[in-house]
Design a protein. Sequence first.
Length: 560
Amino acid sequence: MLRAFYIFLVIAALSAIGIWLADNPGQLVMHWRGYEIRTSFVVGIALLAVVAFLALFIYRLFVSAMGSPAELTRYFQERRQKKGFLALSRGMVAVAAGDAGDAKRFAKDARELLDAPSLTLLLSAQAAQLEGDDHAAAGYFRQMIAAPETEFLGLRGLFIQAKRAGDRDEALKIVRRAFKLRPNTPWAAQAVFEIEAAEENWKAALDVLDAELASKLVDRENARRRRAVLLTAQAQEAEVAARMQPGDAGRKAFGRAYRLASEALSLVPYFPPAMGLAVRAAAATGRTRKAMKLVRDGWAHDPHPDLAGAWLEMVEGESAYDRLTRAHELEKLAPDHVESRILVARAAIGARDWQAARKALAPFTGPGAEEAPTRRVCELMAEIEEGEFGNRGSSRGWLTRALHAPDDPQWVGEAYRSPRWSPINPVTGEFDALTWATPSIRLPASGMPGGAEGAPEDRHESVVTEAVEPEPFSAPGDDARDVTEKLRSPVAQPGASSAETAGKPAPEKADAPQPDTPAKASPAKDGTKAEEDLVIVPPVPDDPGPDGDEDEAREGSTKW
C-alpha cells in the first residue's frame, strides 16, 4: 500500500513538472568556437540528464573493472570455504557413524580446503583413531599442542592415547600439564587425582584434592572420605617404615602413623583400616590406655578382625590366661557377634582352655546352629579337636569342611578380595574401591585343607572363579560325612576307626573292592534329596601320619 502511494507521488510530481515546463517554454543557446547551438529548454534538460547518466555508467564500469580481481578472489574463497565446511560436516557424520574410510577421505578434503587447524586436525585425529592408526592420531594431537587455542584439546587426546596404551608414566605427565593449564576442568582434575593415587603419590593426590575442593569440583562429603583414605594410606606406609627402623626412628615413625590415622578418624569415624592403624601405633608408642579405648569404641560400634588382633597383641609379655580374660572383656561389648566369639575362641586356644573355646563357637557348630560355620570357625574347630584330644581324624574332617565353608567377610573389589585393606584395588588400580563384605563368589581355599599356607587372614585372592554354592550344613558330630563329602574312591579300605565311620553304612565285605559308582543317597529329613555324587570312601585312621595327611588333603582340595 505504501509502495503504491510512493509511486503515485512520483508520477504526480513528474506530471506537475511537465505541465510547468509546457507553460513556461524557453530556449538554450550555446556559443562555442564560432558555432551557435540553439535548443528548447526541455530538450536541453533531457540532454543533460543523458550525459549525467552516461558519466555515471562509465564511472561504475571503471570501478568494477578495477575491483574485479578482488571480487573474483573473494568469490573463489567463499566457494572453497563452503566446500571445506561441507567436507568437515560430512567427516564428523562419518566419525559418528563409525565409517573410517569416509571419515579419512573427508578429513583430507577438509584439510586441503579449510585453513582451520583446530577443526581439521581434530577430525583427522578422530578418523585415524577410528581406523586404528594410533601413531597417526598421536601425530595430529601433537600438532594441536603447538597452537595455544588447541593445546588443551590435544593434551586430552594424547592422554586418552597413553591411557589406552597402558603407559601410566606418559599419561601422568600429560594430565599434569593439562591440569596445570586448566585446573578447573573436571576430567583433568579427576584423572590426575586417580593416577597420582594409583602411583601411591599420596601427598600429590592430597594437593590435587585440595584444588578440586577449592574449585568445587568435588562435594565436601566426598572430599572428606578421599582425604581419610589418603591419610590412612600414609599412616600405613609410616607403620611399615616404623617396623623396619629400630630405636627412636621407629618410634617417631609410629608417632607419625598415629597422627595420620587419628586425623583420618576425625574425618570418617570408625573407619576400620584407620582404627586398626591407630590402635597399633598407639600401643607401639606406649599409649596403651588410648589404644584400649579405641578398640573398645570400635568394637562397640562394629567388631572387626583388625581390632581383635590388635587387642590380643596389645600387652607385651602377657600370660595366655590374662589374654583370655581381656578377650572376655571385649566380648561383653558385642556378645552375639561372630567376631567376638572368634576372638574368645582364639584366646582360649592359646590358653589351652578347650571347653571355653568350644563354648565360644557353639552357636555356629552345635546341634542347634542355624547357619553353617565359616572357614575361620572350621579351622578353629580343627585346632580344638587336635589340641584337646589329639583326634587328627576329626580335625581333618573340620579342615575338609573349611574347603567348602562360606567365606568370612573380606575387603572385596572388582576381581579382587583380601582380608587386608588397600587404598587401591591392585587389579584395576581404582581408588577407594574395596568394601568390607562377604564375597558373593566363593573361592576354594589354596593349598592344604585348613590353609597350610597360612590362616585366612594371610591369603589374598585376585582371581575370580565360578560361583560355588555353599555346602549343606550338618551337625559336626558326623565326622565321616565331613571327611567323605565331595570325595571319590573306587576301593573301601579296612581298618577304619569308629570315629571316622560313625553314621555311615558299612560295606558288606570290608576287604572286598567296591565299584566306582555313586551310592544312592537316601532322602533327607526335610524332604530334599542328598547330592547324587556322594559316595562311600575309605575312612582313615585317627593318626595316619604326616604323609597320609598330606596325600589325602591334596585329594580333598578343590582344583581351580
